[in-house]
Design a protein around this ligand. Structure first.
Ligand code: NAD
Length: 435
């Protein structure tokens, strides 16, 4: 019989980034005693002072509350996880140059845990890992392991962790499997969500399959937007009609500068590699990736035409102001941001770039973009403004004043965020994708 009751566990969370820190804080909130472990000593020192290095709504409050009540502690020493009954692996799984997942950080964490774990500790793999990794982890640690992929969205991490669309729990057959499932189910006892119980391979694949499908939808609508421009259709109306079909779904149907972030690019590439290694021709996914690279180029072409008036116009020395640098609204994360991919190409063409983003910090890695702490600075003397991230607060900007600051009031809105009437009345020549 499985123990589906709720009881507090001692939980060790390895890796305290977006996924790990959110998991740690939310599990402490659910009443568990949580120890967060990370190799980054500076991060651990900050977290011990309840200083949260990432911007996620509600996260700093949860961390503050549970650091104060002792339910949440942090360490750089994995030996402190010796008391943990459950271990969550939340370390990064970045991409190698060939697209395969780089499992070096993951394997390092598993190796370090081998000598530390309680004999009955249940190991839960939350990192996004290729099919077979959970089974391999179970073997390496001589116990059952569970694949429990995380589906949270950055910018909504705390909400999504506590109110997930589904909990996926995939186990490796063998002794301890039943107890491992029961432990993970009890760990999430305070959360109500459909539970998908499956084998580890299906759970691992479900994560990649979901992210790759989102990327596919975005590439589809981006190419559709280009087609609209050629045939005189309006992507807003086309996508609007599509959205009303529940078989298609309303989300992820807006054109933009391309998809990015820390997950979609690496996960699509890793899934492609998995397919290739399995001898499966996943051409539609390969096209999804290629279309995204084309999208960055297409957006640059749009900007070039809007700013210079010609497809061959030179951007050399041209000052452009970028509105939005994060890979999407609501986050400070610029990893593989499409805004920066576009910026890179503009910089290669000689453009001089200043960027403003309400979430991104001065210390972020921004390549050729000079960071500005207020929006007026990006507009000042610019030959064009390019809106790249869909921050809703951009709608409230004083566009008349911004137009007056520019050298030429040209605005390319790659997210179709603004009200066309008001920006045109403010004096801008206004350009969008797919119209
Ligand atoms: P992150 O880069 O924000 O954080 C990872 C943390 O792990 C860092 O603090 C790093 O210092 C630490 N770390 C690295 N190696 C370690 C080791 N050997 N021992 C202990 N700590 C170590 O990463 P993230 O965005 O939280 O992603 C983690 C995993 O979750 C990835 O597999 C990712 O694909 C997956 N995921 C991410 C998201 C997301 O939105 N960010 C969503 C779902 C799943």
């Amino acid at each position: 019989p499985e123990d589906s009751g709720r009881r507090p566990f001692t939980v060790g969370v390895v890796g305290t980034g977006y996924v790990g820190l959110t998991s740690a804080a939310c599990l402490a909130h659910l009443g568990h005693r949580v120890i967060g472990a990370d190799i980054d000593a500076t991060k651990v020192a900050a977290l011990r002072r309840a200083e949260v290095p990432i911007a996620e709504p509600g996260l700093a409050d949860l961390v503050g509350a549970h650091v104060a009540d002792g339910g949440l502690t942090f360490t750089t020493d994995l030996a402190e996880l010796a008391t943990a009954e459950v271990i969550l692996l939340c370390v990064p799984t970045p991409a190698h140059a060939d697209g395969t997942a780089d499992l070096a950080p993951f394997d390092a964490a598993v190796a370090a845990l081998a000598d530390v774990l309680r004999h009955d500790a249940v190991v839960v793999v939350k990192s996004t890992v290729p099919v077979g990794t959970t089974r391999r982890t179970a073997r390496a640690l001589g116990r059952s392991a569970v694949s429990n992929p995380e589906f949270l969205r950055e910018g909504h991490a705390v909400h999504d962790f506590l109110h997930p669309d589904r909990l996926v729990v995939g186990t490796v057959p063998g002794p301890g499997e039943g107890r491992a499932t029961a432990t993970v189910t009890a760990l999430y006892g305070g959360i109500s969500a459909p539970l998908v119980r499956t084998d580890a391979a299906s759970a691992e694949l479900a994560k990649y399959a979901s992210n790759a499908f989102l990327a596919l939808k975005l590439s589809y609508v981006n190419v559709l937007a280009e087609l609209c421009e050629h045939v005189g259709a309006d992507i807003g109306d086309v996508a609007g009609a599509m959205r009303l079909d529940p078989r298609i779904g309303a989300a992820f149907l807006s054109p933009g500068p391309g998809w990015g972030g820390s997950c979609l690019p690496k996960d699509t590439r890793a899934l492609l590699r998995t397919a290739t290694e399995a001898g499966v021709d996943f051409a539609v996914l390969a096209d999804t990736v290629t279309a995204n690279e084309h999208q960055h180029d297409r957006v640059v072409r749009k900007i070039r035409e809007a700013v210079t008036g010609s497809a061959e116009g030179s951007l050399d020395g041209v000052r452009l102001g970028l509105l939005g640098l994060a890979f999407k609204a609501g986050t400070d994360d610029v990893r593989e941001s499409p805004a920066l991919a576009v910026a890179d190409r503009l910089a290669c063409a000689g453009a001089v770039l200043t960027g403003y983003d309400p979430g991104v910090r001065r210390t972020a890695e921004l390549g050729a973009v000079r960071w500005a702490d207020e929006v007026g600075l990006v507009a000042k003397d610019a030959a064009g403004l390019v809106l790249l991230t869909e921050w809703p607060q951009f709608r409230q900007l004083d566009w008349r004043q911004l137009a007056a600051l520019t050298d030429r009031p040209v605005l390319v809105d790659t997210r179709d965020l603004l009200d066309a009437g008001s920006v045109v009345r403010a004096g801008f020549s206004y350009h969008r994708l797919g119209r």
